[in-house]
Ligand binder design. Structure first.
Ligand code: AVJ
Length: 320
């Protein structure tokens, strides 16, 4: 069975050599964190969400279960739901369980396999729900399918605190872009991880089982496969820490030796101890996020948090 057909923007397909060589060629080497999410990486991420130390997913799920009815009530009936980075769509189900007559659901994801699977699963569970999966790298401008149902309003769902992966200026631009996509009367339900004890953050990105390390290192295996690179994975160390100056967790892959790595026919020199910066995960105070949202054309209407104040789900509306 083929399942629902994907709207294929083919940008999520393969690591781009141009992007990778630009990143590895800069003084502080870096790789875009979207490269984590190949098939293996997406599975590793799913494992991360179940780890004892990784509090965000559980906290967000608890908030969604407690506030689901309230959220759906605020969104109102007949809305078209667009989800950025839908992944396994687990949290989406809580939203869909409460939403009144959604006119359609548009999951957008970079991982083809996960997108196909969850789109098919959702369509099977929610009989009558029109699902329009879009396979795309949503960090780039994208053209949505032209045949989307109209409904009363467009609302975006952006859970997981993936907004934290953008540096604040890019986050602002991205949020402003969503405001444009949703248009007048648009809404956004977004998961935002909050500032907290740095040791708790440290543990969340340095789990005892080493799943986060495997997730980080998998990016090198992917480049070996897709760009014919020759990274020796054992020659790199997963290194993650919370930087309170920038309020972000940084993940790096640190070279354990002086070495040369060939990627797509080009040599890249590594000093011993030199890092590739693979991810930033910004944490916000409620006030800071409200200011960021406001600079992007959104008003925070409602803020929900868990009993320990670790994570937040926020409902934003487009400023008119
Ligand atoms: C999916 C981006 C929210 O930043 O916490 C998990 C990804 N990285 N462990 C995060 C991630 C390392 C995650 N987000």
């Amino acid at each position: 069975m083929n399942g629902i057909s994907l709207h294929d923007l083919s940008s999520g397909q393969k690591a781009s050599f141009a992007e990778v060589s630009r990143g590895l060629g800069s003084p502080q080497k870096e790789l875009p964190c979207k490269l984590f999410y190949d098939e293996v990486g997406s599975q590793l991420f799913e494992q991360i969400t179940g780890l004892d130390e990784y509090y965000p997913t559980r906290a967000e799920l608890r908030i969604m279960r407690a506030a689901g009815a309230d959220i759906a009530g605020r969104l109102g009936p007949d809305c078209l739901v667009l989800e950025y980075g839908s992944g396994s769509s687990v949290k989406t189900r809580i939203l869909l369980d409460h939403l009144k007559r959604p006119t359609g659901y548009v999951p957008i994801d970079i991982s083809r396999e996960l997108l196909q699977q969850s789109a098919d699963d959702l369509a099977r569970t929610y009989r009558g729900l029109r699902v329009f999966p879009v396979w795309a790298d949503y960090t780039r401008p994208l053209t949505l399918p032209s045949d989307l149902p109209v409904g009363k309003r467009r609302v975006a769902y952006y859970p997981g605190s993936t907004i934290g992966n953008f540096v604040p200026e890019d986050a602002r631009r991205f949020l402003a872009g969503i405001a444009g996509v949703c248009g007048r009367d648009g809404g956004l339900v977004i998961g935002v991880d909050l500032k907290k004890d740095p040791l708790m953050l440290h543990r969340a990105y340095n789990d005892a089982l080493g799943i986060t390390a495997a997730f980080n290192l998998n990016i090198l295996t992917r480049l070996n496969r897709e760009l014919g690179a020759n990274f020796v994975v054992e020659q790199f160390r997963h290194y993650a820490f919370y930087n309170p100056v920038f309020a972000r967790v940084e993940m790096h892959l640190v070279s354990l030796s002086e070495q040369v790595v060939r990627v797509g026919g080009v040599d890249f020199q590594f000093e011993r101890g030199e890092s590739i910066w693979t991810e930033a995960s910004y944490k916000y105070s409620p006030q800071e996020f409200a200011a960021l949202a406001s600079s992007a054309g959104w008003n925070v209407q409602q803020f929900w948090t868990d009993d320990r104040g670790l994570f937040s789900v926020q409902y934003l509306t487009v400023v008119d």
